[in-house]
Design a protein around this ligand. Structure first.
Ligand code: SAH
Length: 456
């Protein structure tokens, strides 16, 4: 028998929001049937229009707010283009922090079965604006001029912007200058429908502590008319620029960066400092985007590791060695592993430039390399993981359980996979002592956490 859906497309209905998804969409329920609506906040009543209706859920569009949340802030239509990527900018910062705290607690309980674990109050920012040291904007054309911005949700239509409220001012400025200069030299925007045109994306990175700027032009072909003149103009108009790079992506793909990178001017890396450690950052390596909160997060990881100087530490997913080098200052020996070869090259050089001699790095998957280390007799007293959103590979968790480090410090950018992995570690003999959420990404729905586990 075909089950009746409680709503159909184009229905107008009155609902009350009871929750937020992890992407920051409002959730209403009709007898348990969830309706997801961007821009709705818990406690609000609204009239919505159903835009998609499936057997188990529906999507709606907010038509009229009938009761407002005390956490709501209004942004005018004219300002909206400055809020690209900001899924929860319609909440006060206090509301955002409350939402993230709740989210971490709920997910740990629901997915991890960790009802009684201590979750400390989230550490937010004093100034939750203009914190990002990196921007990556798709390029298009409007009225014969280059534009850049962000994609309208669930589409490839670019909303043009000349400023973002979360990028550092230097980053905003650099993107503007790149657009101006490329316009002056009639560079065309990449057209993804016909796979023609030149400039696909503009990427900018800025080292807040060093004042060094990197510009990356992502182009479809290696050929770029007036390349030298463009570079000269960028150098003239961006006094902080230290590195200008071309990245070539000739594929028909949504992936932003291509495999080939060419140095156009200056250095092939920029530097930045977190605490007392200097890092070289190459265009393709992962580097945290919020330097203020990164320091807070790494300090927490270090505090949880609680090193005396006698320990062997493994840093899985080490990137360019950021956490590893922090740990190395307090440990006997640190081993870092990371899958991106360029990042490991950076990690080794980072150890050198900071005169850190007790850190070793190896390229490979953590789940493959760490068991090989174990066979060679390398056993960690403390093991740190900082995986991407999908969490740790299950075989790595099994390796950890077999290796039995006294402590595991789990740094996570996704509470759901954190909860799933903590459950596996708990079942393998670990106890989750405490979890500290840190707000690395204000105005967005993302939340970072650091968890401490001890071998039972
Ligand atoms: N700890 C670093 C990097 C964290 S981001 C920092 O704070 O800067 C996660 C890193 O894991 C990325 O650099 C990514 O390239 C790497 N990675 C992804 N899958 C991996 C795997 N299976 N094994 C090892 N590293 C992996």
């Amino acid at each position: 028998m075909k089950q009746e859906m409680p709503v159909k497309v184009n229905d107008y209905i009155d609902i009350e929001f009871v929750d937020l998804t992890h992407q920051g969409q409002g959730v209403a329920k009709l007898d348990g049937y969830p309706i997801f609506v961007p821009n709705g906040l818990p406690g609000e009543k609204a009239r919505i229009k159903v835009v998609k209706a499936k057997k188990n859920y529906a999507h709606g569009e907010l038509i009229e707010l009938k009761e407002r949340s005390p956490y709501r802030v209004d942004i005018s239509k004219e300002e909206e283009h400055k809020y690209g990527g900001c899924q929860i900018h319609h909440m006060t910062y206090e509301g955002q922090l409350k939402f993230k705290q709740n989210h971490v607690e709920q997910v740990l309980a629901r997915i991890g079965g960790l009802e009684n674990v201590t979750v400390h109050p989230i550490i937010g920012m004093d100034n939750p604006w203009h914190y990002r040291n990196k921007a990556q904007e798709p390029v298009g054309e409007k009225d014969g001029k280059l534009i850049s911005g962000f994609f309208k949700p669930r589409s490839h239509e670019i909303i043009p912007t000349d400023e973002s409220v979360i990028h550092m001012e230097e980053v905003n400025e650099a993107i503007q200058v790149v657009k101006e200069v490329c316009n002056e030299f009639n560079i065309s925007a990449y057209d993804e429908n016909h796979h023609t045109g030149m400039l696909r994306n503009i990427m900018v990175r800025y080292g807040k502590q060093t004042g060094e700027l990197m510009v990356v032009l992502i182009t479809r072909t290696e050929k770029l008319p007036n390349k030298e003149k463009i570079v000269n103009q960028l150098v003239a108009r961006l006094p902080k620029v230290k590195s200008i790079i071309q990245n070539i992506n000739s594929e028909r793909t949504n992936v932003i960066l291509g495999k080939k990178t060419k140095l156009l001017w200056g250095e092939d890396v920029i530097y930045d400092k977190i605490g007392n450690v200097m890092f070289r950052i190459s265009p393709l390596s992962f580097y945290q985007v919020n330097p203020v909160q990164t320091k807070v997060l790494y300090d927490k990881a270090l505090e949880y590791a609680d090193l005396s100087g006698e320990e062997t530490v493994i840093d899985a997913y080490c990137g360019i060695g950021t956490i590893s080098l922090f740990l190395a200052q307090k440990a006997k020996k640190v081993y870092g592993v990371e899958v991106v070869p360029a990042a490991i090259e950076d990690a080794k050089l980072n150890a050198q430039i900071n005169d850190i001699t007790n850190a070793e790095f190896e390229v490979g998957e953590a789940e493959t390399v760490i068991p090989i280390w174990a066979e060679k007799g390398i056993h960690a007293d403390v093991l740190v993981v900082d995986p991407p959103r999908k969490g740790c590979d299950e075989s790595l968790l099994k390796t950890i359980i077999k290796m039995k480090p006294k402590k595991v410090v789990y740094v996570s950018c996704n509470p759901s996979t954190l909860a799933r992995d903590l459950r596996i570690l708990e079942d393998g003999g670990y106890k989750t002592i405490e979890v500290q959420p840190v707000d690395m990404f204000p105005q967005t729905a993302h939340v970072e956490s650091c968890a401490l586990l001890i071998k039972k």
